[in-house]
Design a protein around this ligand. Sequence first.
Ligand code: C5P
Length: 221
Amino acid sequence: MIIAIDGPAGSGKSTVAQLIASRLNFKYIETGSMYRAVAWKALQAKINPEEQERIAEVARTISIEFQPGNERQKVIVDGEDLTPVLKTETIGRLAAVVAANKAVREVLVAQQQDMGRNGNVVMDGRDIGTVVFPDADKKFFLVADQKERAQRRHQEIRAKSPEVTFEKIYEQLQQRDFEDENREVSPLVPAKDSIRLDTTQMNIEDVVAQMIEMIGPVHSP
Ligand code: C5P
């Protein structure tokens, strides 16, 4: 069984996807981390994200693995645990730029399809229900009010980065939404057969409970 969860930044996708995966005993693949990993590698190598061919080469040569962690799943990039550094909004913005690169998407989408091939997986991102697994068994599209999403992000990073203001995060989120919705390749759009859930007024537990009910009975392979 493949469960696809798409939606904009801060809609709650990854928290919800991870909880659903652990309750159903499914594998969890956070595809945003893969675009973030390419962006991070490019930054380390001082490659301008607009340099299409060099960025594509980074995507072709990088090794990205997911490993179980205590609270959150770990992202191992070329053997190094990059989980905390990938989460910053700076890397998020760079990821949105590299994600507009067609060659990068081809490489990462093929890897995602391989990772999900054996089934019983929850995969979240922007194009899972439309491009990566158009035949997924269940597709969700999570949305939430833009200000609410910025508030969630602000709360998440406030303890670690108290200097980052809400206004800054709100502005970055608006920019990222615009880039994700308006790029030429695989823009952020709900799959026609996806279930749309507005999480603005909902807490995580309620979202997870509703989704698990909609997923219904699960059979082990
Ligand atoms: O989900 P997350 O915020 O980690 O994603 C970072 C960026 O990676 C997104 O803003 C988007 O541009 C890109 N992305 C994508 N397709 C996916 C997952 C993420 O284009 N399936």
